[in-house]
Design a protein around this ligand. Sequence first.
Ligand SMILES: [Zn+2]
Length: 605
Amino acid sequence: MSKWRNSTLADYIPDDKLEEIKDRVSIVEVISDYVSLKKLGKNYKGLCPFHSEKTPSFMVNEEKQIFHCFGCNTGGNVFNFLMKMDRLSFPEAARGLARRYGIDLSKIKISEADKRESLKREWLFELNELAASYYHNLLINENEGKEAREYLRQRGIGNDVIIDHRLGYAQNSWDGLLKFLLKKGVPLSRVSEVGLIIPKKAQGFYDRFRGRVIFPIINIHDKVIGFGGRVLDNSLPKYLNSPESSIYNKSNSLYGLKVAKDFIRSEDRVIVVEGYFDLLSLNQYNIKNVAATLGTSLTTGHIRILRRYTNNIITVFDADEAGKKAAARSLDVLLKHGTSPKIAVLPSGFDPDSFVRKVGEKGFKEIIAGSIPLIEFAINEVIKKHDISSVEGKVKIIEDVTPILSKIENKIERDIYIQRVSNRLDIKEDTIVSRLLKTKKPGGVLQEKGVQSMDEDIVEKLLLKLMLLNSEVVHRIQEEAIIEEFVNKQYKEIGLLLLEEFNRQGRIDLGRVINCLEDESSKSLISQLSIEKESIEDVPKILKDCINKIRMHKVDEEIKILDIKIKEADEKKDEVLQREFLISRQELKNKQINYRQAFSRHNDA
Ligand SMILES: [Zn+2]
């Protein structure tokens, strides 16, 4: 298992140094620089710096060296805190802490492979930079760029925006850039790696972008990672983009962020649009906290980047069916990350570009001010689809609305929406709540019901929680080898990691475990489970019930499979096989009864 794999650069800091940093750092001390913390029992509490709130739900635990916010579900160790707070990479956060706590990181060896990879990337960035300057110069200074300048003028894009975004022009020839690069002595085979030129069938190369306005895609570190290009007329393809390369990954890149990031931070919100011209036109109208996803719907990678600057994400869609579908797709991704996303809906037939040009800055800002939570939008869409006055309609609405409600992590927020839906439908809140309980929804479950009636998913999560609370439990869980039987892959990965960590050093170092996990939601799950206050009274009994429940579920599944096999054997008239299966089935049935009785025995006690 590779440790500290948050970033490849993290390998530059050896494990023993990271251990030293971790041992020396006090998470309460570090976070206190940003958040005013008050001691409350074992934890410290304060107002979350990652979302706006009036009552504190942000907790820090000194002993475990972790933090977790129960409002927005952000959590992790001290490295994750600094990475989010100061928008740092993992090594940057580690280096900062090392400096602060006087740990010398100067004599660190870099592997040859890392060095080569890093040099290669630098080289590709430089190449893109060279190409961007070439295109930009053609657009603003040269005769060849005249038609493109006229085109941009017609679309209302002024000089400031052209300069800010370093727009360019690729002349309509097969070897414009090619000749330029040859003159500079650039090795062409490597240029084709970032897709600026394309190898011909026989030999030689030709330019990818011809007769197009060029949009360099620039990352937050001011490096050109790729390009987009648009034709000046209506010929096809209208848009052309760089292929993905070792420095350009579409689902992790946002257009315009370099220009937008300071505005996003100062206004504490970002407007997400789809296309180049949507963003450029908004900039032209002085709306600058904008990022564009370049045709794809919002991805986890996009959100991760945006959340460095703000938690307030507003996506803009048009009111037609395609726009609504895109909004629905974003819902899952956005809610998974605990952001409170909003949606601004444009009148049908408009995109942000055409709309801002029609109504201007003020009119567009009104649309943004009127944006509604994506959840509300999704619920409204469901209600619109069915007949709210009929019983059947109401039943369908509840069926469709429950999965949406179940995605809301924040309990208060969830309750508010439940109340609203119940008012709109004129039915009892309980009806919706009980429906919700049937869908998988963890949290506070122990108080609500016993282990026997819980979903497998929740039981597995509860076992993880027990492992984090109590090292005796870890021994038992290891003996029973129950983690291997987990159905939920994420929980299984975490469980196995906890066991591995426990075996390595006889205790679970949460900081290390969190660093070993790549997935944000896994990190947040660990910090949540280990900080959240839920007293588990009879640990041995709960543990036994959980193990029992998982085994019972497995037996249930095995019986189902056997039933199918028995039927098949029956159809084939294979009596010998059928009898064999029936005997196994009886054995399983006996097991099942034993498990059931095990529950009722200590439940009666
Ligand atoms: Zn928060």
